[in-house]
Design a protein around this ligand. Structure first.
Ligand code: NI
Length: 184
């Protein structure tokens, strides 16, 4: 089932998301719905707060980027109760976007490498280190669980220039090719 995407301005996107229990009701179904929603919107990542749930889950499928970045070919993964334990390496800039901030793209500087501990759907714990684009997507999605958005990382000047666009999104004055949840 395709879920409506929460837009900028919704206070839920600013909350710190809570960990879930092993027996969280409907977890498999939720993950399926998050993937379906992400694919329909042409995203490479989606965090639970973006579908209206303040819980610590995000999904990533970066395989569409494999043409430019071959190591991403198999990068499809669910991260449950993730914790970033380390960020390393030289920060680098790349333009990012977000389904919750339609039609906004800004360069964001992030570390080259990230180490993350999380649970998979079978509740096995993993600790893994990612580099480059994979690390960037993980940090972007992880930010959503911490109540942060990629525009928080841009310079105050850029932020000022974005203000009217951001206000328009918060008022629902934006058109998207995917379902969104307007803030009432
Ligand atoms: Ni995002």
């Amino acid at each position: 089932m395709i879920l409506p995407v929460t837009l900028y301005g919704n206070p839920l996107l600013r909350k710190i998301a809570k960990p879930i229990d092993k027996n969280h009701e409907g977890l498999n179904n939720l993950i399926d719905n998050m993937y379906e929603t992400m694919y329909q919107a042409d995203g490479v990542g989606l965090a639970a707060p973006q579908v209206g749930l303040s819980i610590r889950i995000f999904v990533i499928d970066a395989s569409p980027m494999a043409e430019e970045e071959p190591e991403l070919a198999d990068f499809k993964k669910v991260f449950i109760n993730p914790q970033i334990t380390d960020r390393q390496g030289e920060p680098w800039e790349m333009e990012e976007g977000c389904l919750s901030l339609p039609k906004i793209n800004e360069k964001v500087s992030r570390h080259e490498q990230v180490t993350i501990t999380y649970r998979d759907l079978d509740w096995n714990e993993h600790t893994e280190t990612y580099n480059g684009f994979a690390a960037r997507v993980i940090m972007h999605e992880y930010d959503h669980l911490e109540g942060k958005l990629f525009v928080d990382h841009v310079s105050p000047l850029r932020r000022k220039l974005l203000k009217s666009k951001l206000n328009a999104i918060a008022k629902g004055k934006v058109t998207t090719a995917y379902r969104v949840k307007l803030q009432l």
